[in-house]
Design a protein around this ligand. Sequence first.
Ligand SMILES: Cc1ncc(COP(=O)(O)O)c(C=O)c1O
Length: 437
Amino acid sequence: MRLPEGMTRDDLVALHRAHVWPPYTSADEHATRPPLVIVAAEGAWLEDADGRRLLDGNASWWTSALGHRHPRIVRAIRAQLEHLEHAAMGGATNVAAALLAKGLVEVAPPGLVRVHFSDDGSTAVEVAVKLAHQYWAQNGRPARTRFISLAGAFHGDTLGAVALGGVAAFRALFGPLLFDVMHAPDPGDDAAGWERLVEAVEQELTRDSDRIAAVVVEPLVQGAAGMRVWPAALLRRLRDATTRADTLLICDEVFTGYGRTGRMWASEHAGVTPDLLCTAKGFAAGALPMAATLATDRLWQGFSGGSARALMHGHTFCGHALGAAVALETLAIFRDEDVLGGVQHKQQLIARGFARIAALPGVVRTRSLGMIGAADLGAGGYGGQAGWRVYDEALLRGAYLRPLGDTVYVTPPLNTPDADLERLLDVLHDSIAAAHR
Ligand SMILES: Cc1ncc(COP(=O)(O)O)c(C=O)c1O
């Protein structure tokens, strides 16, 4: 929606300040830090109320895998609206949801054959947690109520997801409300730290396997922790250790799925099929809230045998027809436009861009994987301020580059044209240099 006739940008900001409770923003910040007023978007670009164009450096919180308003996504929404927007999935299905489930299973790691639909990344994770818990409860292992997750993990903001989370900023306040989770120790910044972390999980799985329901990971990249990249070989080891302990591995691919790491799923880099896989964000190309939790046949079979054994979880908008139509079209676009093929080249541009950024004063370290590049500017973590100075500089240069505290990063749409991608990397480079002066 554009600004209504007669309304100015400042009028709209006043309304926003008076009535909106924005995410991750204190009341003071809300009153003082001017919000961007985004009125339109196309491809890799956002447009604000002043007509200013900004490259969407984080694909709108990592969702817009195909760029904004991809013409085929727009057409798919219109076409679906001609017939059905939503109908409850209680005792019913709809065409888009059933076709989507089939299409998703076809591209999923082999062995994931069942799809439970929900609304967003957090709910996809909640489903995985409850499904794992209920599976053991009704299949002879009721003591399996503990979860293992990793230090630095982020799995969403609903309470189950927060319990798994390991970033203090999102978790510390809610401690008394959370269930028991072992957080494998912080790996720090070196490869040896990740080895130690995996050893600790392996030991715990040996020591306490009777009580462990699942190990939950963000495969290969911990997004909110500051784009921390970890080795595929260690994911393989976690798969092997959970298999030996005959317990479950949950891969939260909400951020890493749909080509973000250069393959359809990050799990693929390790040749791993988890027991449960969560997807959202790129799943519906950022156009509508839509998510899914995929499961193996073993898990599905654990819910047969009468209505008392049904998964006691569902959402009003489960299998939403509009969302499903968009997610189905997203899969078709990935196929028809060879989106993953394009990423193979673009990821090299990102790697080269961050190699250049690594040489800038004030940059502590850089890393890249697939369509993710990140640079640490300090040790302040999520609470750090260095990234915000770069954010301000980037806005002046035409890019929206929201940081994770002291970490600045790019996660652009996967099909960002090369020229726009080069420009985004240049803006980040120049903004870091300017912020450090
Ligand atoms: C790995 C991961 N899991 C879950 C979530 C939560 O997703 P949502 O914000 O859609 O609930 C996020 C969000 O950033 C995420 O990065």
